[in-house]
Structures are given as structure tokens and as C-alpha cells.
Design a protein. Structure first.
Length: 331
């Protein structure tokens, strides 16, 4: 069967970029590419950015179809904000270790065991956990939201214990932390980072707050991917060490080609463990098939969608101006 036949057909010889562009027009689709996607997917995307920023931009378009090149919770967020649009994810197995660490039933039981706490949940969680939460936060909105919550209010923060721990230390707040981690940011090695700092004396380090404390403590700037990108553009000096998923460096090199960006190494300094294996599941071939077949498609119960949207709306009420800014500030 040829490439236009079934999903099992060969795609050999197909000009994928041209076919994706053709289907984008035919389907009236918008393609979203997260900063952690490969450069070729970033370069063909209509919008490149952080997860919530992308979902909001897609909601503002008149597109009928959203093709989200990211991970499943991001595509679900797009569906929460654009229920009338078809949302496809190139590979439905593109999950997230933070989402996986927080099963809804366990999170519900945890909440019920601490009835005097409100739940702030990082956006890297399932739709079900969003529905069980009071306020969703992003790495760019977390500080703004936390500053509006009375100090005496006890807080559950999940599923990322490193982002929660960073906020707990910085603001000296009473917070119970769910024990989830991002496997990518957990993989960075302090020893290898110190070697890199010695190799490039004076070069600042920008780190995502999903990193463990032993990485964040060496950072000159802590922020989301959007914030790190902005820092790269405005920092003094010509070299930056970047402690987050290294595909963000593609956007840095496009924005300021005269500067040098070095990805912080993981483990022994030689592994590719700082590359997100879930993000890597999305490929040009799978994006083409998703646009061609409008599958795999994100579907959800309307009651669940509205419950999850309530916690997202609360975040937007409290911190809408921070989305896409990504600024957790200098240490």
C-alpha cells in the first residue's frame, strides 16, 4: 500500500515537509512545537514555546485542528482550552515522568488526608490531577501565585518535588511536596557541571527549577524554558551553560548566533540522558500521519474537562501576565 493508503504503508520517498505543509492547509491545522522537540519539528511549527503558552496561542486561532508536538499532558491542556478543536498528538505514548509519578487515585487520597491544605499542582500532570487541584501553576507563574496565598495557608505541591522544594526554600512556606521528579532534569550531574564551570570560567549557568537543588544552587538564573531563552538573549558575556533539555539551544542559537551555548551534561558527561525520551517519540513521520489520519486524537469527558479548566482558570486569574515569560528570577 502506498503512503496515502493505510497507516502501515511505506513513507519512503515522501517529501514529509511538503506533505505536512499541504495537510496543514487542507486540515486548517496549527502545529505547535515545544522547545524540547527536534530542530526540524521546531522549524516547521506555527508556534514554538512552553506548553501552556502554546495552548493559549492555539486557542486564539481559527484553526480546526491542533497538532501538538509535545507530550500528552500538553495536548490534553490544549483540548481543555479548545474543546471545539480536534487535538492530535503524533505519538500517544509521549508521556511525562512527572505525570506518571502522580496517579490520580493516590493524589486524591493524599488530598483527603490533608483537608486543611490547598493543592497547587504543576501543569506537568494529568487532566484528572488538574481536576483534583485548586490552582495549576507553571514554572513562570508559580512565584506570582504563591505570593498571593496567605502565609498561614498550608499547601500541597505536586507532582514535582524539586520545583516545590525550590519555592518552599525561597519563600519559607509550609508546603507538603509530592515526591515526583522529571527524569531529564534529575539526570544532571553536579560533578560534571563543576567541571564545565571550570572549563568555562565566568560563564553563567541557567537552570530549570525542575533540576535538583545541587544543580539549582550553582545557577546564576533559574527559570522556565521561556525564561532561560530570554536570559540567553539579554545576559552579558558570550557563553552560557544551560541546565535543561538541550533542544532549547536551537532557539537560542537562532536568536543570538554570536553567543555560545553549552548543554549541562548528565551522569558521566557522555550519555544522552538529558534528552527527554518522551519528547523524542514525536517524529516528522508521525506528525505527517497524525495530520493525515487525524489520529491519535485527544478525547475527554466534558465534566472532567470543566473541572480541570477551573484550576487552570484560577491560575490565569492570578498570574495571566506571566505565561510565556518564564521568569523565576535571578538567584
Amino acid at each position: 500500500m502506498d503512503a496515502r493508503g493505510g497507516i502501515g504503508g511505506s513513507l519512503a520517498g515522501l517529501d514529509l515537509r511538503a506533505e505536512i505543509d499541504r495537510l496543514r492547509k487542507e486540515r486548517n491545522a496549527v502545529i505547535l512545537g515545544h522547545y524540547y522537540q527536534t530542530p526540524e519539528i521546531q522549524d516547521l511549527s506555527d508556534f514554538v514555546g512552553d506548553s501552556l503558552e502554546l495552548s493559549r496561542k492555539a486557542a486564539e486561532t481559527d484553526a480546526d485542528v491542533i497538532a501538538f508536538c509535545g507530550v500528552r499532558f500538553m495536548a490534553e491542556t490544549a483540548k481543555i482550552l479548545s474543546p471545539q478543536k480536534i487535538v492530535v498528538l503524533p505519538d500517544m505514548d509521549a508521556g511525562c515522568s512527572l505525570e506518571d509519578s502522580c496517579p490520580p487515585a493516590q493524589f486524591k487520597a493524599f488530598r483527603e488526608a490533608h483537608p486543611d491544605h490547598i493543592a497547587l499542582s504543576y501543569i506537568n500532570c494529568s487532566t484528572e490531577v488538574k481536576a483534583l487541584s485548586d490552582i495549576i501553576v507553571t514554572s513562570s507563574s508559580a512565584e506570582t501565585i504563591l505570593s498571593q496565598i496567605p502565609r498561614e495557608q498550608k499547601i500541597i505541591f505536586g507532582p514535582d518535588k524539586h520545583l516545590g522544594g525550590y519555592l518552599k526554600r525561597k519563600f519559607d512556606r509550609d508546603m507538603l511536596l509530592w515526591p515526583g521528579v522529571c527524569i531529564v532534569h534529575e539526570a544532571f550531574s553536579e560533578t560534571e557541571l563543576l567541571k564545565l564551570k571550570a572549563q568555562y570560567p565566568g560563564a553563567p549557568v541557567a537552570a530549570h527549577p525542575e533540576c535538583p537543588p545541587y544543580i539549582v544552587d550553582h545557577a546564576d538564573y533559574v527559570g522556565s524554558t521561556s525564561g532561560i531563552l530570554q536570559y540567553a538573549k539579554t545576559m552579558e558575556g558570550d557563553t552560557l551553560i544551560v541546565a535543561t533539555e538541550p533542544h532549547i539551544i536551537h532557539q537560542m542559537e537562532k536568536a543570538v548566533p554570536e553567543k555560545t551555548f553549552i548543554g549541562a551534561p548528565g551522569a558521566d558527561g557522555n550519555c544522552n540522558c538529558n534528552i527527554c525520551p518522551y519528547m523524542a517519540l514525536n517524529t516528522m513521520e508521525k506528525l505527517y500521519l497524525a495530520l493525515r489520519d487525524l489520529q491519535p486524537r485527544i478525547e475527554m469527558d466534558e465534566g472532567l474537562r470543566l473541572a480541570a479548566k477551573k484550576s487552570l482558570d484560577r491560575m490565569l486569574e492570578m498570574a495571566s501576565g506571566t505565561i510565556g515569560q518564564g521568569d523565576l528570577g535571578n538567584r
